[in-house]
Design a protein around this ligand. Structure first.
Ligand SMILES: Nc1nc(=O)c2c([nH]1)NC[C@@H]1CN(c3ccc(C(=O)N[C@@H](CCC(=O)O)C(=O)O)cc3)C=[N+]21
Ligand SMILES: [Mg+2]
Length: 296
C-alpha cells in the first residue's frame, strides 16, 4: 500500500489564488490593501529564508508589505519601540516578528507588545485565550494550515482519535485545542504526547490522525502508525545542503516507511510549510477587513 499524498503546496496555491482575488476586490471597492510587516532580527539563514518566502507571498497577493531587518544586537527597548511604531501605522494590518529572537531579548515581552488586532501569528496571550474558549479572531498559522489540510483532504475528524506529538505553544498546544473544539475539522478526541510521555508508541499506534511536531528528524517510524491513519508531518529539519546551497529538509516522520502504512500523509517539503505561510496571508487579509470595517 502507498499513502495518498496531501499536497500542501498545491492547496496553498489554490487558497492564495482565492486570496489574491479577494485582495483585488477589496482594493477596487475600498481603495485599501492589506499591509504586512515582517521584522527580522539578526541574520539566521533559516529565518531569512522563511521571511523571504513570506514577503514573496505577500507581494504576489498584492499586499503592501514591508521587510524590516534589524541587527542582532538591537536592544529590547528599541525593538519594543519599533513594534509600537507599527502598532500605530494605519497602513500596517499585520505584524510578524520572526522567531527565534536573540537571547538578550525576552520573546514574551515582544509578543505581548504587538497589538492583538495586528497579531497575525496569533501568539499574543489575548488571542491564545480567545482560541482556548473557542472564540478566535485569528488562528495560529501552522495549526490553521493543518486543519485546512484535513478538511480539504476529506479527512473525518469528528470522533476521530487525534494524537499530537509535541507540546509547543506554536504547534502542539494550539492544534490540540483546535481539534477538540466544536466545529468543522474538529470534534476529535485528542491525546498530546511529549518528551516525558511514558510510551509514545502506545499512543501513536492508536491514532486515526497523527500530528507530529516533535522537532526531531524522522522521529516517528512506520511501525508506530496505525494502518490507514492520516499522518501530518510538521517537521522542517535541515539535514544538509545541495551543491548549489539549497536546504535539504526532512520531516519528523520517517516518510518512506510511513507511506507504506498510512492512508494519507503530508510530504516535507511541500506539506504543512506552504500552508503556514498561506494562513499568515489569510490572517492579514482578515485584519485588513476588520481595520477598515469591511464585511465579507
Ligand atoms: N513569528 C513567527 N511565525 C512563524 O510562523 C514562524 C516563526 N516565527 N519562526 C519559524 C517558524 C517556521 N515556519 C515555517 C514557515 C514556512 C515553512 C515552509 O514554507 N517550508 C517549506 C520549505 C521551505 C524551505 O525550503 O526552506 C516546505 O515545508 O515546503 C516552514 C516553516 C514559520 N515559523
Ligand atoms: Mg491598509
Amino acid at each position: 500500500m502507498s499513502a495518498k499524498l496531501i499536497k500542501g503546496a498545491e492547496v496553498a496555491k489554490q487558497i492564495r489564488e482565492e486570496l489574491a482575488a479577494e485582495v483585488k476586490s477589496i482594493k477596487e471597492k475600498y481603495g485599501v490593501e492589506p499591509g504586512l510587516v515582517t521584522i527580522l532580527v539578526g541574520e539566521n539563514p533559516a529565518s531569512q529564508s522563511y521571511v523571504r518566502a513570506k514577503q514573496k507571498a505577500a507581494h504576489e497577493l498584492g499586499f503592501y508589505s514591508v521587510q524590516d531587518n534589524q541587527p542582532a544586537d538591537i536592544s529590547e527597548d528599541n525593538l519594543l519601540a519599533l513594534i509600537d511604531k507599527y502598532n500605530k501605522d494605519p497602513k500596517i494590518d499585520g505584524i510578524l516578528v520572526q522567531l527565534p529572537l536573540p537571547k538578550h531579548i525576552n520573546e514574551n515581552k515582544v509578543l505581548y507588545a504587538i497589538d492583538p488586532g495586528k497579531d497575525v501569528d496569533a501568539f499574543h496571550p489575548f488571542n491564545v485565550g480567545k482560541l482556548m474558549i473557542g472564540q478566535p479572531d485569528y488562528l495560529p498559522c501552522t495549526p490553521a494550515g493543518i486543519q485546512e489540510l484535513l478538511i480539504r483532504s476529506g479527512t473525518e475528524t469528528s470522533g476521530a482519535e487525534v494524537v499530537v506529538v509535541g507540546r509547543s505553544n506554536i504547534v502542539g498546544k494550539p492544534i490540540a485545542v483546535m481539534m477538540m473544539q466544536k466545529g468543522k475539522g474538529a470534534n476529535a478526541t485528542v491525546t498530546v504526547c511529549h518528551t516525558r510521555t511514558k510510551d509514545v508508541q502506545f499512543h501513536t499506534k492508536r491514532a486515526d490522525i497523527l500530528i507530529v511536531a516533535a522537532g526531531v528528524t524522522e522521529y516517528v517510524k512506520g511501525d508506530w502508525i496505525k494502518p490507514g491513519a492520516v499522518v501530518i508531518d510538521v517537521g522542517v529539519n535541515e539535514v544538509g545542503q545541495t551543491a548549489d546551497g539549497k536546504r535539504i529538509l526532512k520531516g519528523d516522520v520517517a516518510f518512506d516507511e510511513a507511506k507504506e502504512v498510512a492512508s494519507a500523509i503530508t510530504p516535507v517539503p511541500g506539506g504543512v510549510g506552504p500552508m503556514t505561510i498561506t494562513m499568515l496571508m489569510k490572517n492579514t487579509v482578515r485584519a485588513c477587513k476588520v481595520h477598515h470595517k469591511i464585511k465579507d
